[in-house]
Design a binder for this molecule. Structure first.
Ligand code: KG4
Ligand code: ZN
Length: 346
């Protein structure tokens, strides 16, 4: 089975080709055209521009993908495309492209939830394409620019959100704090880089909702606390920027880890997964792994490879595969009904 994945939910245009034979996945191509450099000067994504760039990027990416994979259109069995959540202008470009291809090529069209795709990015091991076997039930901490959630999974087709942010997503907080500190966009990679070996205790920041007793999060107050501290700081030098990055990163990680461990205990899970753009944060990956080792004997920790954490189309093709394999006939006429859902919830 050969699946074409298309991702355009935010500011990365992605096209991937995934071949599945039994338990063996083979990544024939996985291309991303990132718009990050365009949005650095705006300090964030401008939806109109992102949509135009997707339009420019998608068909060349598709051509390159097919030629890299050395396959013809006739070899493709189905197309998976993200229909939400995300920026409406960006999503529309992906959907309209996929709809058109589905109609003219006569291929099934599988609508993919972007957040499920982030979670399922855990199930493929690198370009080698080994299917990762996960024991269920599992819990996934999903942390991205638009979402912060704890998702309970009965298996790879059954998801239930058990907690989420009440205001800003953690990635969004990284991006906003970077702006406050005069750093560039996106904030996550630069803050985590500056935080390396910097004193995390120098600035005292709150851990919002850490003892709330539920699995919800809040990061807007933490961002405001950074702003207040920074406004009062006399020496806005490089060293203090590094200390603030470290203090902020630590505050986020403390809350994320505490809630994830509590959820894993309450739901008696066998596996803990990590997903989303913020899953690229090395300190989070390391500290969560250590804490899981410390707290549990039989719970296994999975995290996607680094190139599978931020937006890409391979995770979309993966998610499409899991939807498609159960009921392939369901998706023959989807091109007639598929709709963009910018606020889609798991
Ligand atoms: O999943 P993603 O690529 O797009 C969305 O679906 O939102 O996530 C992007 C987010 C951005 O907010 C970015 O700052 C954050 O992921 N991010 C990081 C790191 N790398 C990317 N946050 C913390 N540490 C990182 N190393
Ligand atoms: Zn994403």
């Amino acid at each position: 089975m050969l699946i074409l994945g298309i991702e355009t939910s935010c500011d990365e245009s992605g096209v991937a080709l995934l071949e599945v034979k039994g338990d063996k996945f083979r990544v024939l191509s996985n291309l991303v055209a990132s718009q990050v450099n365009i949005f650095k000067k705006y300090g964030g994504v401008v939806p109109e521009i992102a949509a135009r760039k997707h339009l420019e990027n998608l068909l060349p990416l598709l051509e390159q993908s097919l030629s890299e994979a050395r396959i013809g259109v006739e070899d493709i069995d189905a197309i998976g495309v993200v229909y939400g959540p995300g920026l409406i202008t960006s999503l529309i470009v992906g959907i309209e492209t996929a709809k058109t291809l589905s109609l003219i090529w006569q291929k099934s069209l599988i609508p993919v939830d972007h957040m499920k795709a982030h979670i399922l990015a855990n199930l493929i091991e690198g370009e080698s394409g080994i299917l990762v076997k996960i024991k269920y039930p599992a819990i996934c901490l999903v942390v991205s620019g638009g979402h912060t959630m704890l998702v309970y999974m009965k298996d790879e087709n059954n998801f239930k959100t058990i907690g989420q942010t009440r205001d800003d997503a953690v990635g969004e907080a990284f991006d906003k704090v970077a702006k406050i500190l005069g750093l560039s966009y996106p904030g996550g990679p630069i803050i985590s880089e500056k935080a390396v070996n910097a004193d995390k205790e120098f600035f005292k920041l709150p851990r919002p909702m850490i003892n709330s007793g539920d699995f919800d999060f809040s990061f807007s107050g933490l961002k405001t606390a950074v702003k207040n501290e920074w406004d009062q700081e006399q020496f806005k030098d490089k060293e203090n920027i590094r200390k603030m990055c470290s203090a902020f990163q630590q505050a986020c990680i403390d809350v994320l880890i505490k809630k994830t461990i509590a959820a894993a205990k309450e739901y008696k899970v066998k596996s803990i997964l990590l997903g989303g753009g913020v899953a690229a944060n090395k300190e989070l990956r390391k500290r969560l792994a250590e804490k899981i080792n410390l707290e549990f004997k039989d719970v296994k920790f999975f995290q996607p490879e680094l190139n599978m954490t931020t937006d890409n189309a391979l995770m979309v093709a993966m998610a499409a595969y899991f939807e498609y394999k159960g009921s392939p006939d369901k998706f023959i006429d989807t091109w007639k009904t598929i709709k963009v859902e910018p606020n889609l919830e798991i």
